[in-house]
Design a protein. Sequence first.
Length: 381
Amino acid sequence: MTSSLFMFAFIAFLIGLNLRPILASIGPLFPVLQREAGLSATEFSLLTTLPVAMMGLVALSGPWLLARTGAVRGITVGLSILLFACLFRGFSTSLTGLMSTALAGGASIGMIQALMPALIKKEYAQSASTFMSLFSTGIMAGAALAAATAEPLFTRLDLKPTLAIAGLLTLLALIFWLSWARHRPAEKTVFAEVTLSSSRTGLLLLFFGIGTGAYTLVLAWLPPLYIQAGWSARSSGYMLAWLTLTEVVAGFAVSALLSRFPDRRVPLVTVLLVLLAGLMCLVLAPGTTPVVSTLLLGTGIGALFPLSLIVTFDHARTPAEAGKLLSRVQGGGYLIAALMPLIAGIVRDSGASLTTAWLIMGAGVILLIVIAMRFKPVTTR
């Protein structure tokens, strides 16, 4: 690889690092946000629900954004909005401030997630899988870093600086990105019409949405579960970080082994059963089986995400169709996934335990197993 390829690989990883801290730092700070910002459980859940919903809405407009702004300019705008959202939390932790930055942060993340794969595929086709792996690994690593450092940073800096400090990493990413982008020629934007099967898209969208709902639910409410069980906020953050790292390992394992399974139903059902077992650990022994539940949930969630995307690509006939199908599946899917943390917050405010939320998610996983059995190999359909 040339130095320019190494530089872009570093930038892709660095940008990925910035796409989850605004979500992942929230869970370990649940008691602090309740005490200092006066948030109810439902309002707390909105700090995850709103960004994820915005990620979905922006993903739906991914082809439109790509055609009208181009990938480079769109990613620049996305990083700038994310920088503002992070830094603004250093000045205001009011309900309005937190919710507005959640919306802005989610929109910026959605822009970057929609445009970065298109840029990689266009500019670095021969190394696309490597760069996408680095970008995805950066996303998971950013979540782990934010979860592990949230409470220690709060102890040293207080709430506002803790929430704003992610902006320093975003500023670094923006500086490197602008340095790389200024040497690029102006982009030519092209819009291509693609027709998709609504029934096929709907099934894939539902599968991606419910599966990603497990991730958003765990991201928002696993640390509060452990805190409720008597753990410190710092320990709960470390546990979420370890779960996220397990997701990274599981994702790499899927990439390495998937070629052995042309029938995707085998790995899909296996992964879903692992995820279901992890949820049942939280139902039957909440807060008391951390190692087992972390391994099961991390493996299940980490493997399910790339599998969901791969199954989506399996159903596309052309690159243009793949791009538009992925945009719709992720867009609608993130909107579905945004509901799970909100449901958990409403359950918590109603006086019920989080067990109800884990059971609802478990029922969703059983539905996914039923759906997965319909994903026959494309060559035999």
